[in-house]
Ligand binder design. Sequence first.
Ligand code: NAG
Ligand code: NAG
Length: 465
Amino acid sequence: MRLLASLSGVFFSVHGLDNGLGNTPQMGYNTWNDFECEGVSEENITKVADKMVDLGLPALGYEYLVIDDCWAHRRGEDGILVPYEKAFPHGMKNVADYVHDKGLKFGIYTDRGRWTCAGRPGGSGYEVTDAQTFVSWGVDYVKTDSCFGPDSLEDPPSPEAIGQYELFRDALNKTGRKVFLALSGWHNWYSPYGKSLANSWRIGYDVRDWRSAWNYAIRVNAFLSEYGGPGGWNDPDMLVGSSPGAAVKMTPQQSRTQFSLWSVMAAPLLLGSSMLSMSSHDLETYTNAEVIAVDQDPLGIQGQIVWENCPLRKRADVHQNQYYDEIPYCQQAWAKPVRDGFALVLLNLDRFQPAKVDFKVYDVCWSSPSSKSCDFFEDASVRDLWSKQELGVRKSIQVTLDPDGASRMFKLVPLKWKASETEPAAMAATKSQRRPALRPQRMGMGPPLILETDTVHFLQEPTEL
Ligand SMILES: *[C@@H]1O[C@H](CO)[C@@H](O)[C@H](O)[C@H]1NC(C)=O
Ligand SMILES: *[C@@H]1O[C@H](CO)[C@@H](O)[C@H](O)[C@H]1NC(C)=O
């Protein structure tokens, strides 16, 4: 914290971002996991906009249609970005207008370096021109990537990278239009600085399958919960669907688990399935309003691991986008306090064996401002958010989880809270009231947790699984 305080004086202007956007994590669609570079065109984008409306997605909160890399071809003599004429024969403003007419908001992609990741013109040196150009087209959202720019692969953060993002942030601010800024720097060292720079910031490399979801997102985001909240969110990357038509995909159960976990992590929900040929499974996943409500809960608290039997990990271990070929053979429970209770995801990371999990409902409790809230209940009424069934009032939840990334997701409403409106309100703590190192409380149960300042807690001896 001392380090942050001194660095922030160097890097940041007093005001930071302050554009009033991102009170809840952004929701929408992004072209990358669907089309990658191929097929990013006016024709496909307008079809995607039509389809989003046909599927009823805007009403569920999916408001942004974001074009990722590969739309920009060159800079004109005036320095203004020109799209590929063949793909965008009527220019970008025309596409933005179409998207707006559908009731959606329009997002576009740039990069803080000299080139984008796919080798298109980058924004370095053109921050003011590009901000003005985007705003003149009616852009509502900008994703700004990090390829071909000065970087730093480890802590401490790179002042050059942060400086480039500040230039673009300030250029957007000067246009006077409120534009959602999604920073894509792929390092978790952005997190402590994130809120002053952007409405969301990537914490690791691209999620392209279940293994990269573990390596670059789940494993990393477990340490970053204190940084996300209203106005700015940790971004563990976009959703990956399971529809065959998309460029990037996972198995159906993994992509559903990703959606559940991302909701508990208060992550941006940017659809990455095939929009034009979405499977009924993916559609069912992405239109589950109760799961979406967990992500969009107004308290804006990023969920945490409350129980696991995975090997001990330290925050220092996740700084460099390490990649492990083997996902650990273990189980985790993630929980997020929401306005009227808790959301819980029970997850089996074991690739081959199913797992029996017996979860005591009071283990769900963490981060509550008053320790009283954690002492407060033994029973909770439990609802399965995927089967949409009430499981009644329970002290524990027993499930068998399939291997290879299967999960179950529940909403828990502590019984005592039902009688009184005041206890849930107590959960609406401001960030400052929350302990910096978020730790669960376990009450007289099992072996003690091993806690170090910057370690994810774990049980020394896993309870029976
Ligand atoms: C620009 O920054 C100022 C100061 O931080 C802030 O009050 C204002 O809302 C910002 N404007 C836009 C359009 O983001
Ligand atoms: C639309 O996307 C599909 C799938 O990627 C691609 O094959 C097709 O060429 C695209 N159409 C245009 C006009 O870009």
